[in-house]
Design a protein around this ligand. Structure first.
Ligand SMILES: Nc1ncnc2c1ncn2[C@@H]1O[C@H](COP(=O)(O)OP(=O)(O)O)[C@@H](O)[C@H]1O
Ligand code: SF4
Ligand SMILES: [Mg+2]
Length: 426
């Protein structure tokens, strides 16, 4: 009997955080936003095995690019750990990081911006070889450049070696950018939306090239994309990101055939159907992605989640959203009768589990309470009401007490791991 093959982790990420400080000018302190930070990456953990392709998928602003860059040391994490073959990268100085850079490469979204217009491909590709001292002598460098151009399909290599980026098509430019990334013999390549700026007709060819290179020279990829369909085609595993967190991670099969997180489920329903006869309505969750500087309490997806329930993190801001939504949908007449009973809604913006809604000027808090009870009766399906523990009239308004929420970690399910309280063990 042969011994089981040990699978090696190339990369181990633990509780990685990248927080960007927002400016703390006098004005921003006055407006209450001083000293805040954007939690672009907020406690991310995963392993990456050698030879694997991991997709980072999510809407714009979910932290994919920042996470990809943090893996390569291109942005400085504010906390946590990234290990390359067991060796810690977080906290290294630039001088210590430099020799590791040849093992960690990036392919960017815009191939045009990532190539120097004044350099032939020969020069552009020779540059990293010289910097890292990987070849000795011009002959060896030239041979390595030609070999790499051949690998990425830019042949005849003599002709492409002499080309400037301006003489190349979009697809050829991206091939050249990939050549520059792989010429140092990296272990990990982070490809950030590498095909999203290219013509439809060449996208699949570039992804095919990347798969081919993975087998031929042994690469591991992190593939950053907002396009689930391309992740399904290209990846072995997929991590779904939302507001700086991984909310679900699993194999392509698990994520596409049996998504567990309500956000993933909505994203998958929203993939356009290629057959127009079967086209389903695009169904992204209600509302917009919240401000990453002030993420919602509890589960940060709760304001948009159709399955949200009592412990998902309801808070004062949700009460404001509910009222505003109701008045937008209910029309002028409803607004004219209900709005005067309600005082300043901005009082709800300091997010608290305990909300104090002031009554309109000269109005009786009892009337406001009656209005809220009426709305609850009319809209029992509004998920926010599951989290309302108590409503009481006080001297100048109504106090609404919410169930304290829980911020879900990634839970095991019978498939992918999902950060959703529906899977919380009892
Ligand atoms: N250098 C930066 N300074 C401040 N905020 C940033 C910076 N880079 C990214 N962000 C913020 O971090 C969040 C995640 O951004 P990003 O990683 O670019 O997401 P994605 O690639 O998923 O679109 C966003 O809210 C973005 O505005
Ligand atoms: S914990 Fe699950 S059910 Fe609750 S809001 Fe988040 S995703 Fe929805
Ligand atoms: Mg991005």
């Amino acid at each position: 009997m042969s011994a089981p093959v040990a699978t090696k982790n190339l990369i181990e990420v633990r509780d990685l955080q990248v927080h960007f400080a927002l400016n703390t000018s006098f004005k921003s302190r006055l407006t209450g936003r001083g000293g805040q930070s954007v939690k672009a990456v907020d406690g991310v953990s995963f392993d990456l095995q050698e030879g694997e392709v991991l997709g980072l998928v999510g809407e714009s602003g979910s932290g994919k690019t920042t996470l990809g860059r943090a893996l390569l040391g291109l942005v400085r994490p504010t906390g946590g750990s990234v290990k390359l073959r067991g060796e810690e990268l977080v906290g290294l100085r630039e001088r210590e990081l430099r020799p590791k850079r040849r093992h960690l490469q990036m392919v960017f979204q815009d191939p045009h911006a990532s190539l120097n217009p004044g350099m032939t491909l020969e020069k552009a590709l020779a540059h990293p070889l010289t910097i890292h001292g990987l070849t000795s002598g011009a002959g060896e460098t030239q041979a390595k450049v030609r070999e790499t151009l051949e690998l990425v399909g830019l042949s005849p290599t003599e002709r492409f070696a002499e080309s400037f980026p301006s003489g190349l098509s979009g697809g050829q430019k991206q091939r050249a950018a990939i050549a520059r990334a792989i010429i140092t013999g990296p272990d990990l390549v982070v490809a950030d939306e590498p095909v999203s700026m290219l013509d439809m007709s060449v996208r699949a060819k570039i992804l095919d090239l990347m798969i081919d290179l993975k087998h031929r020279i042994g690469l591991t990829y992190v593939y950053v994309t907002h396009d689930l369909a391309s992740a399904k085609f290209f990846c072995d595993r997929v991590a779904i990101m939302y507001l700086g967190r991984i909310v679900e991670i699993g194999s392509v099969d698990e994520i596409f055939n049996d998504p567990k997180h309500p956000y993933t489920q909505a994203l998958i329903r929203a993939i356009p159907e290629p057959d127009p006869d079967k086209a389903l309505p695009r169904d992204l969750p209600r509302g917009e992605i919240p401000d990453a500087a002030r993420p919602p309490l509890g589960c940060s997806f709760h304001p948009r989640c159709p399955n949200a329930f009592d412990i998902c993190g309801w808070e004062s801001r949700d009460l404001r959203t509910m009222l505003e939504q109701r008045w937008v949908e209910g029309g002028e007449e409803m607004y004219a009768t209900e709005q005067p009973l309600v005082g300043d809604l901005e009082k709800l913006d300091d997010s608290e589990h305990d909300a104090f809604l002031p009554a309109g000027s000269g109005k009786d808090p009892g009337q406001l309470l009656a209005l809220l009870e009426k709305i609850r009766g009319e809209e029992p399906d509004e998920p926010m009401w599951t989290g309302v523990k108590d409503m009481n009239a006080e001297a100048h308004g109504v106090r609404v007490t919410f169930e304290p929420g829980i911020d879900p970690p990634l839970y095991d399910t019978d498939g992918a791991r999902a950060a959703c309280l529906l899977y919380k063990p009892d």
